[in-house]
Every structure is written in C-alpha cells, then in structure tokens.
Write a protein that binds this ligand. Structure first.
Ligand SMILES: Cc1cc2nc3c(=O)[nH]c(=O)nc-3n(C[C@H](O)[C@H](O)[C@H](O)COP(=O)(O)O)c2cc1C
Length: 439
C-alpha cells in the first residue's frame, strides 16, 4: 500500500516582505512590496494551502534589524532581509479565522516571551482556530534581538535549550491547569466553572517561576501542536523530548533518513512513540512545462543567487552571528564559532565549504533533493524519496514566494501527489494534531 505523507509550508521570511531572495520587485512579485504588511496576501496563501490539504503553514520570525554583516543595517534594509518583519502572533488569528482545517503555526521565541504570556497567547489562538494552533519554538540566534530586550547578547547555545526545556514545562503545566471538564456552565446553579478542577501550578524553577492557573479555558487541543527545528545535537535532544513535528534541513536521502532515525531513537529514550512526531524535510522543487523548462529555470535561479553574494552572506551572518563582510569571500576561513544556528554552519562545512562564497553556494538550505521537472515527474521523485526515508513528509520552503509560485505547488504539484494517493484530498479530523498524527 502507498504510504501517505504530510505537507507543510515554511514562510521563510515570516510576516515580512516576501521574496527577498528573488526580489520583491521581480516580474511575478505583484504588489508584495507595497502590500506586504496587509493580511490579504496571506489570506489567499493560506486558503490555497488548505484547498490543497496542507497540514500547516509555518510563519517564521526574528525580531531585530540585523547589523552583523559589516556592522551595518545597510545590506539588510536594502534587500528587505528580515526587515521589516511584523509580528506573526498578530497574523495567525486572521489566518485561523479565514480557514477551517489547516494548522496555523507561529514562531515565538523563548528568549523573548515569558512562559505565562506565551501559554495565554497560544491558548487563545487554539480557541479562535477551533484546535488548530501550533507553536514553532525557537531559542534565539542573533545577539541583536537579545539587545532589543535589554541583554548584552544571547545566553550560550546549549543553555538556551536548557531554558527552553523549563519554559516548555511551565507552559505545559499552565495548559493543564484546568482539567478538561472544568467549564460546567450549569445554568441551574449559575456556575460557569468548577473551581475544584482549576489548579495553581506554583512552579519554581532555575529560570522561571509562575503561580498559575492560566486564565484561559481548557484548550480544544489540550496544548498547541509543538513544532521545532534545532539541528544541533542539543537541539535534536530538545525536539525529541517535546515536538509534535520537526522541520528539518537535510541534504539528500541518506542524510534525511539518518536525521529521522536519530530523532526516533531519541524519542524512544524519552519514553515517546516515534510516530507521535512528524519530521518534515525542507524542499524547493523547480517546476516546469517540461524537464528542460524546469532545468532552465533552475539554472537561472542559481545564477541569480550566485550574483547576489552579499545578500546571501548577510543572511548567513544574521543567523550565525559571524561577520562575513570582514572576510575575503574567496579566502579559506579558519575555525568558525557560532552561538547562533550551529547546524546551519556545520552542514555546509560538512559539504566541503571552505570559503565564505562556498558557504552560500555549496548548499541551498532548501534545495535538499534537487527536485526538478514537471509536476508529475517531481511527484514521482517525492514518492521515491519518502519510500526510502520512511516518512513523514515535506516542508515547502521556496526561495521564491509569490502568488504564482504558490499556485505552481498547490494547483500543479499537489494534485499530482494526490493522484498518486500520497497526500490527503480532504481533512478527516477537526483538530490540527489529529490530522497530523492520522498517518
Ligand atoms: C525549516 C527551519 C525553520 C526555522 N525557522 C526559524 C525561525 O522562524 N526563527 C528562528 O529564529 N529560527 C528558525 N530556525 C532555526 C532553528 O530554530 C534553530 O535555531 C536552528 O536550526 C539552529 O538550531 P541548532 O543550533 O540547534 O542547530 C529554523 C530552522 C529551520 C531548519
């Protein structure tokens, strides 16, 4: 029997100017530059994904005007890299309101929130969406963000995950602070909720404390779907313990399979069932009318990418905290140390990158399989890959995001996958987690 898999979409520039890679001013970007701060584009976007049966849309986030590259904001604001970036927590309820089935995942950083505030916000989203809220847990990367919140820089990489462990524990306890039957709405006695089923948590930890209970009624899903992306050993450990879905950047089938096997083994060590977490791998398929047409589009996209070295290096500087403007792009770098996204660097160095230029050209983080061709051909490639990896699905994270590129996936590729019986044609359950764990 064909093994079905899941689909999600990673909105890689969050609630920001879409298409900073291909240009907000490209021929197909429409009014994305002018209208980026309005909800209309995202409303069309999420409805298209829901029509295609996606499990979820994931809104990336970051929270500073970066300056790591050349110690200046210039490259970032020129190309709209992570700037401006509006708050995904404001967009998520709108997307929930205009849809009925798809999961809405917002990125909220443990470095920027207190667990109580986050638990309340996510709880509210789960209610507004009727059980479709998701939280992408990030722990912070760029020191500029920490500085915006009054700190000198971020805590050390692994300590951030220790804090995140505790953060999640507090949030989980707050979501459980109302027993499921606490809201009784007994008209005869005039009792809305039964106080004996609502409990303070009185949490006192190393990093956080909170009295509780949460002032949000029991969540439709009990707790939001938890999404995570850390690729370092410490990040994987955190995800294995906590996540319902992991979004992963891995290159090639062998790396994907190894990543998935590794996470599943770690989950078992935490007493979890491996099938309770769906690992989705980033892809950026290039579609065309024919194999040749797709190949030609790919060559053009690569040329455009390579011609914008500063833009790509600036982005890498932002997530790693390393100033690549201070280096000769073609001189080998020595040892690179990052307190930011460690796996991003490690993967590219493992691919053989030895100079800053090679860091950006060696691996596009999303072009992990080199998928290219007609929708039918790409669907066949995806089927083969999933069969080898063992599951669970793919995360589209295209460098080009505009109404045309979205339609190519939702109206071209997904129907081809549906014809092969690989992805859903209708949602079976009311909540996000139930659909995610259905197969
Ligand atoms: C698909 C994907 C999406 C991510 N989205 C975000 C994001 O929205 N915000 C963020 O700060 N980091 C994001 N990250 C970075 C991860 O949360 C994590 O910080 C990064 O992978 C480094 O983790 P590591 O140091 O454990 O490798 C993302 C990573 C991946 C692979």
């Amino acid at each position: 029997m064909t093994q079905m898999f899941h689909l999600a979409w990673f909105v890689a520039n969050g609630f920001g100017v879409q298409g900073f890679h291909d240009g907000w001013n490209s021929p197909w970007s429409g009014t994305n530059g002018r209208d980026f701060a309005k909800a209309d584009f995202y409303v069309d976007f999420v409805r298209s994904l829901e029509r295609a049966g996606f499990d979820y849309i994931m809104l990336e986030d970051s929270s500073n005007v970066p300056y790591t590259f050349g110690q200046s904001h210039e490259t970032y604001v020129k190309h709209a890299i992570a700037t401006p970036k509006h708050d995904p927590a404001q967009l998520a309820p709108i997307l929930a309101y205009v849809t009925q089935h798809i999961g809405i995942v917002a990125t909220l950083s443990t470095a920027e929130y207190h667990p109580y505030m986050l638990a309340r916000q996510m709880g509210s989203l789960d209610h507004i969406s009727g059980g479709r809220a998701g939280w992408n847990i990030v722990t912070g990367s760029n020191d500029g963000t920490a500085q915006n919140y009054g700190h000198k820089g971020h805590h050390p990489h692994d300590e951030r995950y220790d804090r995140a462990d505790e953060f999640v524990e507090v949030a989980q306890q707050l979501w459980a602070s109302w027993e499921p039957g606490a809201v009784v709405m007994d008209r005869d006695t005039g009792t809305f909720a039964d106080h004996s089923k609502i409990h303070p948590i009185n949490y006192e930890g190393t990093y956080y404390s909170s009295r509780g209970p949460l002032n949000v009624a029991p969540l439709p899903q009990g707790r939001p779907v938890i999404c995570q992306a850390g690729g370092s050993p410490r990040g994987k450990e955190f995800a294995a313990r906590t996540a319902d879905t992991i979004i992963a950047s891995a290159k090639g089938v062998a790396e994907m399979k190894a990543f998935r096997d590794d996470i599943r083994a770690r989950m078992v060590a935490y007493g979890r069932k491996p099938d309770d977490c769906k690992i989705l791998f980033l892809v950026d398929p290039v579609l065309g009318e024919s194999a040749e047409h797709a190949a030609e589009r790919k060559v053009r996209a690569k040329a455009e990418f390579d011609a914008n070295l500063d833009r790509e290096l600036a982005n890498l500087s932002r997530v790693t905290g390393i100033d690549f403007a201070a280096m000769d792009p073609d001189e080998p770098f020595g040892e690179l140390k990052s307190n930011g996204h460690q796996s991003v660097l490690a993967n590219r160095i493992a691919d053989g990158a030895r100079t800053p230029r090679e860091l950006v050209t060696s691996r596009s983080s999303t072009d992990s399989l080199g998928l290219s061709g007609t929708p039918e051909a790409v669907a066949a490639q995806m089927e083969e890959v999933m069969a080898e990896v063992g599951g669970d699905g793919f995360l589209f994270g295209p460098r080009t995001v505009n109404r045309r590129s979205i339609m190519e996936i939702t109206e071209g590729l997904v129907p081809a996958l549906q014809r092969r019986g690989l992805v859903r044609t209708a949602y079976d359950y009311p909540t996000f987690r139930e659909n995610l764990l259905a197969y």
